[in-house]
Design a protein. Structure first.
Length: 224
């Protein structure tokens, strides 16, 4: 018997997980959740360097196709980078037990990320027409506000069970993003907690994500 009021919380970020293995594992879990034979799960991982292409990816946004492996994935969105120093949180949740509203679910993922960043004094914000979470970086000499992206969001839903999720830049090599146009946005750069002067560890971010997940989604957490 599975529980609709709790999620299994699994942290496996200390040892990198190959992206293709992660996708295969998620798909198996999602099928089991849909069949009622497995509990919902949040899975925290870190990946080796890779570019992933979502269903809306445009070929010209892959600027350096030979730099890292490129994986065609089924999540929404465009190109993104995953690699060491980036916390990935995959959320496999039964949306039939909440609201059958993918837009509302994405909003909740955004709020989850915003609340976790707030634990470090970072004001993460949504931007109309731009996916992900953004932070202000100050003003240019002509008074324009500069912004950078600190977290990405990509979702897929099968039989009303979600997978994929969010990625938070803790301390990745930001230069690795230069091989793509991240999420199709070329007018703004990328940032991370460490780039913003926050000396946070992956463990610190995992703790913040767990706390903010409970606040936003309201599930009881089962440690795994």
């Amino acid at each position: 018997m599975t529980s609709v009021n709790s999620v299994d919380w699994l942290e496996a970020w200390e040892s990198p997980t190959a992206y293709d293995i992660a996708v295969e594992t998620m798909e198996q879990r999602v099928a089991a959740i849909g069949d009622g034979t497995a509990d919902q799960q949040v899975w925290l991982v870190e990946h080796p360097p890779i570019y992933t292409a979502g269903t809306a990816a445009k070929e010209h946004d892959l600027l350096d196709p030979n730099r890292f492996p490129v994986f065609q994935t089924g999540r929404g969105g465009q190109y993104t980078y995953h690699g060491p120093g980036q916390m990935i949180a995959y959320a496999m949740l039964d949306l039939q037990q909440r609201e059958k509203d993918v837009r509302k679910y994405v909003y909740d993922l955004e709020q989850w990320t915003i609340d976790a960043l707030a634990d470090f004094g970072i004001r993460g914000e949504r931007r109309e027409g731009r996916v992900g979470i953004w932070v202000e970086r100050g003003k240019t000499s002509d008074g324009r506000i500069t912004e950078a992206k600190i977290a990405a969001i990509g979702v897929r839903v099968r039989r009303w069970v979600s997978y994929h999720g969010i990625s938070v830049n803790v301390e990745p090599d930001l230069e690795h993003f230069s091989g793509i146009v991240p999420c199709g946005v070329s007018d703004h750069g990328m940032t991370s907690l460490v780039d913003l002067g926050i000396t946070a560890t992956m463990a610190d971010v995992a703790h913040a994500l767990k706390s903010s997940f409970q606040k936003v989604f309201g599930y009881e957490i089962n440690e795994r």
